[in-house]
Design a protein around this ligand. Structure first.
Ligand code: C2O
Ligand code: CU
Length: 463
């Protein structure tokens, strides 16, 4: 990962501050249609003069949608952008027709058009939504937000706090740099920003009370940056990854890793007495504070391990011995060895691929293939071996399913968490295991959005 290196950018990152205002909607009653309007907006990211963004309901991140597990939901999406768009519900195991992938699960929504997304979230947890048309540009301009599916019974914490962490690429005046889709970003680490926001603000201060127990929902909505976070060294437990319950797992002081698209839920007992506590981003050159908790009071808290979250109804692996085995060899990128690949049904040498904006291939194919990577009968277990033969990390995301990384670098990973996005370091091999129980056409792609645009995208079909 590249840290923010340019000193001017460092300064830019360091500016701003202010009090954070939560922007959650109250839980919806059944049958209500929730309006979600994508349109240009001007917001203050904490940089001063304001930034022209593309926003859901006029804000970045978009409104936090709080919904109930098992209750049908309708989102009335209105596209008031000058570009086609769609909305994808990242991590939600819902009907394929509602998955928001243009050209695969629906037609793109034209400027001025609308689409009603109707689905019933099967799992409680922390999810998010984002534009899925020209994703690199539309997510990079701000079209994303958190989606919280509440547990049937409220989880015992004093407060539920979300931190949507994003990075932006801004110029000296605080405007979004228009260099989307440039070949350098595509072939290297993706569009890395130079300005970090938490809940849409640079370096917010969040009020906390000593002795209170927080549920912290962390989400990485950046286009490509991997966040390595240092949190206050208070008693804390991981209770979920990518929405799915895990643990509770007592945390030591190690950094918390969040790849693009990933979420982590924590329980944190706030300890007073030592003033403000920073949340920092660790990078090559040190630590950069991205938010702070202003702690009132001096109680020391510490209530012992929290209870586990109730399990979600994930499909059970009935016959692992009968699993379908598939593999995905990932090649290309800067310093890679990609010589040629098939693109749009035709074999092309690297130079021609690059003319088409392609820099990566999966199983020798750059970009969406016409045929699926595999087809599988509904209910069968899949073992998918991802082999990162590139010099870059990749955050691989599966639509419509959660998986476990059953093996990493050929070592079994007993008790691995359920995830919808997993990070593969350069040279790493990971075997994903999941039950393909959700019929339809589902994407597999890198969530470094410029990598996806530059070839790292394929699909599978559950029949
Ligand atoms: Cu969050 Cu296909 O993506
Ligand atoms: Cu990638």
């Amino acid at each position: 990962m590249n840290g923010p290196r340019n000193p001017a950018r460092r300064r830019l990152i360091g500016q701003g501050g202010g009090l954070l205002l939560a922007t959650a909607c109250p839980p919806l009653a059944a049958g209500t249609a929730l309006p979600l309007v994508a349109a240009p907006a001007r917001v203050n990211l904490g940089e001063g003069s304001g930034t022209d963004v593309w926003a859901f309901n006029g804000q970045v991140p978009g409104p936090t949608l709080r919904v109930r597990r098992g209750l049908p939901l309708t989102v009335a999406f209105d596209n008031r952008l000058a570009a086609e768009s769609t909305v994808h519900w990242h991590g939600l195991r819902i009907d394929n027709a509602m998955d928001g992938v243009p050209g695969v699960t629906q037609a793109p929504v034209a400027p001025g058009g609308s689409f009603r997304y109707r689905f019933t979230p099967p799992d409680a947890g922390s999810y998010w939504y984002h534009a899925h048309r020209f994703s690199s540009q539309q997510v990079g301009r701000g079209l994303h937000g958190l989606l919280v599916v509440e547990e049937d019974e409220p989880y015992p914490v004093d407060r539920d706090l979300s931190l949507v962490i994003d990075d932006w690429r801004l110029d000296e005046r605080g405007a979004i740099r228009e260099d989307f889709g440039n070949l350098h970003d595509i072939s290297h680490g993706g569009r890395l920003g130079n300005f970090i926001t938490v809940n849409g603000t640079s370096r917010p201060t969040l009020a906390a009370t000593a002795g209170e127990r927080l549920r912290l929902r962390l989400a990485n909505t950046a286009n490509a940056r991997i966040f390595r976070l240092a949190l206050p060294s208070w008693p804390s437990w991981i209770i979920a990854f990518d929405g799915q319950p895990h643990g509770p797992l007592r945390r030591a002081d190690e950094p918390l890793l969040l790849a693009p698209g990933q979420r982590v839920d924590l329980v944190v007992d706030v300890v007073g007495g030592s003033g403000d506590a920073p949340i920092s981003l660790l990078h090559r050159d040190g630590a950069l504070e991205i938010a702070r908790l202003a702690v009132a009071g001096s109680a020391s808290g510490g209530r012992g391990a929290p209870p586990p979250l109730p399990p979600n109804p994930l499909p059970v692996d009935r016959d692992p011995a009968d699993a379908l085995a598939a593999r995905l060899d990932m090649t290309g990128g800067a310093m890679g060895t990609l010589g040629e690949a098939i693109h749009q049904g035709r074999s092309m040498p690297l130079r021609e691929l690059v003319d088409h904006g392609m820099a990566w291939s999966m199983n020798g194919i750059a970009g969406m293939p016409e045929a699926p990577l595999f087809g599988v009968e509904r209910g069968r277990t899949v073992r998918l071996r991802l082999d990162n033969q590139t010099r870059w990390p990749h955050a691989m995301h599966l639509h419509g399913h959660h998986f476990r990384v059953a093996m990493r670098n050929d070592r079994p990973m007993p008790g691995a968490p359920w995830r919808d996005t997993t990070l593969l370091a350069p040279g790493e091999v990971a075997e994903l295991r999941f039950v393909a129980d959700n019929p339809g056409k589902w994407l597999i792609h890198c969530h470094m959005l410029e990598h996806a645009a530059g070839g790292m995208m394929t699909w599978f079909e559950v029949g």
